[in-house]
Design a protein around this ligand. Sequence first.
Ligand SMILES: Cc1cc2nc3c(=O)[nH]c(=O)nc-3n(C[C@H](O)[C@H](O)[C@H](O)COP(=O)(O)OP(=O)(O)OC[C@H]3O[C@@H](n4cnc5c(N)ncnc54)[C@H](O)[C@@H]3O)c2cc1C
Length: 529
Amino acid sequence: MIVGAGFAGYRTAQTLSRLARGRAEIVLLNPTDYFLYLPLLPQVAAGILEPRRVTVSLSGTLPHVRLVLGQADRIDLDARQVHYTGPEDEGGTLSYDRLVLAAGSVNKLLPIPGVAEHAHGFRGLPEALYLRDHVTRQVELAAATDDPKACAARCTFVVVGAGYTGTEVAAHGQLFTDSQVAKHPMRTGMRPRWMLLDIADRVLPELDERLSRTADGVLRRRGVDVRMGTSVKEATPDGVLLTDGEFVDTKTLVWCVGVRPDPLAESLGLPMERGRLLVDPHLQVPGRPEVFACGDAAAVPDLEKPGSYTPMTAQHAWRQGKVAAHNIAASFGDGERRAYRHKDLGFVVDLGGVKAAANPLGVNLSGPVAGAVTRGYHLAAMPGNRVRVAADWLLDAVLPRQAVQLGLVRSWSVPLDTASPELARVGGPERQRQSAERPPESGDGTRPEPPRPGTEPARNQPGGEPARNQPGGEPAKSQPGGEPAKNQPGGEPAKNQPAVTPPPDQPPPGPDVSPGPVRRTDRFTEGDS
Ligand SMILES: Cc1cc2nc3c(=O)[nH]c(=O)nc-3n(C[C@H](O)[C@H](O)[C@H](O)COP(=O)(O)OP(=O)(O)OC[C@H]3O[C@@H](n4cnc5c(N)ncnc54)[C@H](O)[C@@H]3O)c2cc1C
């Protein structure tokens, strides 16, 4: 039984399926019916790739694996059972002989006022779709106004976190908005401005310094306002207050400060290392030899760098998945158990256009050569959909980019603080508000769980609606929030609200930890209803 079909879980299922040759039942539990190739997500936000290109059908590519759609809520290690909730809010239980926990990671929050309310993360397809629409809309609205202040706020885009995600988002974002303005200049004559902030002293702080220099040069030449040693002190509806005291008017705050492991790992009550489930080099949980963990959710000892754990990268997750599969087979007497050991083969960072920064096998590359190597690497690494991705790249090279907003993903449906970035919330802002209100305690002192993203609430709960939605789904037509906004696709929550402070009953967050669920106090205009 494998929980999570990302890089680690998909590879475990694929390898195990090949090793077992029908001698085992392999069950894969995942909230979506696809594997998501996360490294190409910035290209979805920038309109280069259509969203389905970066997905790979699970049932289509893993024919001998039983796919169960749902999210694991609770794992009973003693009973060897996983309790889950399906896409239509139906509960279920699955038993296992061997368990692989590969639930990945979610957006990391920092206890900075206003961020949970006004920023959006970049960890799933809904967030990428939201950003693409939101940016397009801001440029369109900025282009139509004669007010320089309003125009500047709309076409200033702030990205926090200069790791590979934030760097790629800013690099692609500047190209995307410049191409929009080239076709339809602003009445004020302004050019969209992307800002990239990080408290570190260089972009790509975890990577080789030469990659940092290449990326930094490309960003600055392109016009991105790169500010290292700077972060956000407070986010408000009108903009962000930076740590250097400057207030930047903006309608866009993209939060790429990193990730934290999926909360499911924490819920097991097993030894953890910085929120990741501690495993031995064979990817087994000490004292629970039937439980394996890999990918972002697991703290795997790095045998190449004794005393440290492997970083949260796709490269490690993919290779750990293969080792987990071999060790499961070995636990049934098929082959030898092996320890996970892998030396980084280098990194590729796509900077848009023909530019990239890459160091395959330690060889530093920049410019078009790096661009070609980066795209070749992604094509080789994707487990499917390669031709479609290549076709989109070809089309993007010869045709102008399509800057239209479909408005299918709204601001309220992709909150920053979520355990399920892969699913857009459904049910409309009214229901989100209701679920954010903590329901009264029941007689046994417990509180009912709020509805999960992508699922329906029980019929007798506040906001209960008939089960209509599919995983990651759009709101059902007859539900509140189900209709496209009449005059503004994907309209934003009104931004002229007073700055939001956490409600008094909310526990204060600790250092460097998620401040926990935050009651969202956004108000919704008709355009976002
Ligand atoms: C925008 C972006 C760009 C990136 N670019 C790169 C890059 O260029 N190179 C690189 O090496 N790394 C990159 N990474 C990091 C890399 O994607 C992750 O390290 C990798 O995805 C980790 O793999 P995983 O299998 O642990 O988790 P994931 O790939 O996130 O998969 C986790 C899976 O578990 C599922 N899941 C979660 N909770 C549950 C639950 N309760 N029940 C059931 N299923 C659940 C999720 O839906 C998902 O399918 C990038 C990450 C992002 C966000």
